[in-house]
Design a protein around this ligand. Structure first.
Ligand code: LLP
Length: 456
């Protein structure tokens, strides 16, 4: 048994144990059959048993990431803290249950995510509802469930205040503010710059605080999120300094004693060798130092500090196993290797030009010396999962594993071309448990209606 994965640079696998810096899950090994093993389970055998393509989630990696966030806050922050899992990265019963069992709360952005988290057994006081256009139904559902609502806009504030009368108890809210902090990431996943659809514009904050002070709302704190897949520490270090001014004016000018600060998520992960994100610990330290310095310099008590990472908790815990089928060589141009999934199970390459890495799970020590492009099976030329990567010689039936697919893959999956959504298994200690069943053709038409006049 060896932990060396020659298709990938060894250094990227062994040099750190921060899960967000691993290309493959922490338990990845090559077994004596020259195959990839995750959580003590042979990936090729998992595909035989559960079908292909298959998401394979390593419980150790996921739990380690949760623990590293939690422990780092305890170590670097003198006040109270709470880590939330931004479940938009992957919302399903099992993942929510694992995060909750590690003491994390859950950030949800829709009634559907809230429903799932509640069904997973998450306590209402650890649930936070986000969203820039929550429906009335979603707001009522959240208040009934006892979840905190992160108010994003004026319409919501007015609606929540009206609902307060019906509910008889003041809704517990936080206010999301656009902090005006720029960061380097894909334009679609930046949220904290001023031209963003999320949160209150800083120019509105005085009016918002005044409204809240006179309202029936129980406002416990402020929230900001600057973006996703961020490798710099400074923007997150700066959040404390930006937010403290509003804690101060809330207290001094409007008599609002806000006690919680949520600084969002955003820490990046390693998708390819050239990605170099900071460790979870370094990120938490930067955030804690920034907030502590800002609040102490203004003579304010330290707030309860919340953060809500998604990608860096679940991203590298999962791999996707595909089966290789056809191939095509365009002479002098490229060789396409085609797999049995694609943009329906991983829409990130076509949406954000995201890059990934892959290994051939049934010939792990073969030399990766062929330059190929891995295409999905969808009727769309852009359905390319990996462009110009080196793989060993492959043949139909080989199992191709794409790494770091835990975040925003299943959660953004679709049924494009009516492909059934793929299954997911959770592995640990040589045991595999199904956490998402593979959809069937019957599932695909379950919600279809055929009006009787169309039947023939
Ligand atoms: N909190 C809020 C308010 C957010 O909007 C997000 C992500 C997070 C937390 C979690 O951020 P993370 O730690 O995962 O970076 N679909 C895109 C990512 C969209 C991120 C949306 N918001 C992708 O596949 O890259």
């Amino acid at each position: 048994m060896t932990t060396v994965l020659p298709n990938l640079p060894l250094s990227t696998l062994t040099e750190t144990r921060s899960p967000n810096q691993q290309l493959l899950p922490l338990t990845a090994k090559i077994n004596d059959a020259d195959r990839l093993e995750i959580g003590g389970c042979d990936v090729v055998e998992l595909v035989k048993q559960y079908g292909s393509p298959l998401y394979i989630v390593d419980e150790v990696t996921l739990r380690t990431a949760c623990q590293q966030y939690r422990d780092a806050f305890k170590h670097y922050y003198k006040g109270a803290s709470q880590v939330l899992y931004a479940s938009k990265a992957w919302n399903c019963l099992a993942i929510c249950a694992i995060a909750a069992s590690e003491g994390l709360g859950i950030d949800v952005v829709s009634g559907g995510e809230l429903y799932t988290a509640i069904k997973a057994g998450v306590k209402p006081e650890l649930l936070y509802l986000h969203g820039n256009n929550k429906s009335l139904d979603e707001l009522e559902y959240a208040l009934n469930a006892g979840c905190t609502v992160v108010a994003d806009n004026w319409w919501e504030l007015h609606t929540l205040n009206r609902l307060a009368t019906d509910f008889g108890i003041p809704p517990q809210i936080m206010l999301r503010i656009t902090p005006g902090i720029e960061c380097h990431t894909h334009e679609y996943i930046r949220t904290g710059h001023l031209d963003s659809k999320f949160g209150f514009d800083p120019n509105d904050i005085d009016a918002v605080l005044e409204f809240v002070a006179k309202s029936q709302l129980n406002c416990i704190g402020l929230h900001a999120h600057i973006g996703s897949q961020i490798f710099e520490l400074q923007p997150h270090k700066d959040i404390g300094q930006v937010m403290v001014q509003w804690f101060k004016s809330a207290r001094n000018e409007y008599g609002l004693h806000l006690t919680e600060l949520n600084i969002g998520g955003g820490l990046g992960i390693r998708y390819t060798e050239s990605d170099d994100p900071p460790t979870i610990e370094a990120w938490v330290q930067a955030v804690c130092d920034g907030v502590t310095a800002a609040f102490e310099s203004h003579g304010l008590p330290l707030p309860k500090l919340l953060c809500e990472p998604g990608r860096s908790l679940v991203g590298t815990s999962c791999i996707t196993a595909y089966t290789i089928g056809s191939s095509k060589t365009v002479p002098g141009v490229r060789t396409y290797i085609c797999v049995d999934g694609g943009m329906s199970d991983n829409p990130r390459p076509i949406t954000y030009q995201a890059q990934y890495r892959a290994v051939v799970a049934n010939r792990m020590t073969a030399n990766a010396d062929l330059l190929v492009t891995v295409a999905g099976k969808h009727c769309e030329s852009g359905d390319i999962l990996l462009k110009d990567i080196y793989l060993p010689q492959t043949e139909p039936g080989d199992v191709l594993v794409v790494s770091a697919t835990g975040a925003y893959n299943y959660s953004m999956a679709s049924n494009y071309n009516r492909l059934p959504k793929i299954a997911a298994v959770l592995v640990q200690d040589r045991e595999a448990n199904l956490i998402l069943k593979r959809e069937t053709y019957q599932d695909l038409i379950r919600q279809d209606c055929l009006p009787s006049r169309l039947k023939f």
